[in-house]
Ligand binder design. Structure first.
Ligand code: AR6
Length: 170
């Protein structure tokens, strides 16, 4: 049974086995939580991302998938990078957003990570409506069968995101 906990704060300050990054396909960094993770984690993370681009992910990491690297100087063993979908009003991309959580948890479970911190994937720069993003996140984690993972901690940056997750957790 995986326990879901919610905290408001900066995910780069968390001590967990794995920290999930809301990355982009390039894996080479960006703004938002991605920028914060690379800044605080140091250059080792980017070096490993570059190696992934040079080997398995020549075209980048596809949306909805996840891959692990070192966590550098963060208080974690791994960063699991996932690429959320950009919100679209004309196309339902919910399955891709759910896949980010499911695939990240599968990677975490395979690594033996017992504690995993997630940001709210896609609800920043990628424009996903917060309430819907929270609903998909909580539902997907609840449905996941990941025996190694004891705790999933959602780390929400601002009050609005935190409250949306509180509402969905019920
Ligand atoms: N800790 C926790 N949450 C954070 C932090 C932090 N330090 N910083 C921001 N957030 P976003 P996306 C929240 O934009 O929508 C990047 O440039 C933020 O308030 O980081 O998936 C990537 O390279 C929001 O609630 O990710 C991609 O190009 C949530 O994290 C693109 O942005 C997600 O916001 C991905 O966009």
């Amino acid at each position: 049974m995986t326990t879901i906990t919610l905290v408001q704060g900066d995910i780069t300050q968390e001590t967990v086995d794995a920290i999930v990054n809301a990355a982009n396909s390039s894996l080479l960094g960006g703004g938002g939580v991605d920028g914060a993770i690379h800044r605080r984690g140091g250059p080792e993370i980017l070096e490993e991302c570059r190696r992934l681009r040079a080997s398995h992910y020549g075209k980048g990491l596809p949306t909805g998938q996840a891959v692990a690297t070192t966590a550098g100087k963060l208080h974690a063993q791994w960063v699991i990078h996932t690429v959320g979908p950009v919100w679209s009003a004309s196309e339902d991309r919910s399955d891709l957003l759910a896949s980010c959580y499911a695939q990240s948890l599968k990677v975490a479970d395979d690594l033996g990570a017992q504690t995993v911190a997630f940001p709210a994937v896609s609800i920043g720069v990628y424009g996903w409506p917060i309430e819907d993003g929270a609903r998909i996140a909580i539902r997907t984690v609840r449905d996941a069968d990941v025996p190694a993972v004891e705790e999933v901690r959602f780390v929400l940056f601002d009050t609005r995101a935190y409250n949306a997750f509180v509402d969905q957790l019920g």
